[in-house]
Design a protein around this ligand. Sequence first.
Ligand code: GAF
Length: 429
Amino acid sequence: MERKQYPQPALEAAQKFATVFQDDGVYAGPLSAAWAPGRVNIIGEHTDYNDGFVLPLAVDRVSAFAGRTRQDQEVRLWSAHFEEYAQFSLEQLPGSFEQQRQGLPSWARYILGVVTELVRAGFALKGFGAVVAGDVPLGGGMSSSAALEVATVYACAQFSGGQLKIGEESQPCPRWGLQKMEVAALCQRAEHIASGLRSGILDQAASCLGQPGQAVLLDCRSFAYQYFPFSDPEVAIVVIDTSVRRELASTAYNERRQQCEEAASLLREAILRDEPENAQAREIKALRDITPEQFARYKDQLPELLRKRAGYVIAEDERVMQVVELLKRNDFEAVGQVLWQGHAGLRDEYEVSCSELDALVDIAHSVPGVLGARMLGGGFGGCTINLVRQEAVTALAQAVEEQYPERTGRQASIDICRAAGGPGMAVLE
Ligand code: GAF
């Protein structure tokens, strides 16, 4: 097989395997690799856990495993990034999850979370040893944890000797396998137990569904999805990292989710008080079910904070649909305008931005040829996504280099991404 078609981190992990794991006779089977991509989200932020719509694409950055099956029930891992080992046992999972989790570094907790959910789902896994490597910026809003989770499922499939297979979405789900959106949902559950973040499905779905040159519109309630080309050669997707990482981001995230649930339930009550015969209102389960017209009519019945949160989410769902229509016409100028609006909503109504993200968006706004920019992902740090005319990329990089340290006392890093394919696996020898 041609090695150069595999992502670089998979090859790096494969090269390291023999040097960090002693082959003491316990390893069997060929050296194999599995990987899954990170993502950027074009629009549709914090809509996923409101059962709404998102429009992400997978990027050409991956988390990867390379290793061999073991003849026992142990999982032995080595992180190339952190240069540390971690290990856990498949025995007594899922019961032993919490106890084993406590002894692990945070990167390995995601892997244990996924393995636990696979065992809970009934798959007979085998032990394995693997090196974990990757080039998705860690904690930077490009979903390094989701990439690691999805790669773990593919690694387990690779090391389980046929006990777990991943089916194409067009096929009926085999009893021994999972389809892509089932992989995403399983990884979402793993994220919840591993990190306590009550995340939506966005990151894991984007990683699973990646297609070169395509963004995917996902309905986060029905899991129906549709691809739209996102690869204008004139327009670059530029991701700029603030270098800010906030430990408490998951607390604020879970709080936002709670506020949305409360707002949906209060709006439902208000509508039904007024319109007891309204059958549609009885079906309201999440903010996704509130139309902009209903919101305009009933928003004053919400406390101010919840009004802001719900107002942002309902408008953001509309923005996703707007961008989809604009993409059909390849109108990137107008898509950019929607991105600026999205950032304003995240900053002023949803209040998940921070001064460093705002500074990057401000700087981008001042550079001719930047079509649009906004914060990316959960917020409180991480990256911005910028849609930039190719000829303006250098000017943007210069403006950031000159102005960002002065405004924030920090350095930002700039990355150009393209829409790439989803997870993969391979036998390397
Ligand atoms: C994080 C979460 F993990 C996603 O589910 C999503 O809610 C996102 O923040 C905001 O859109 O990445």
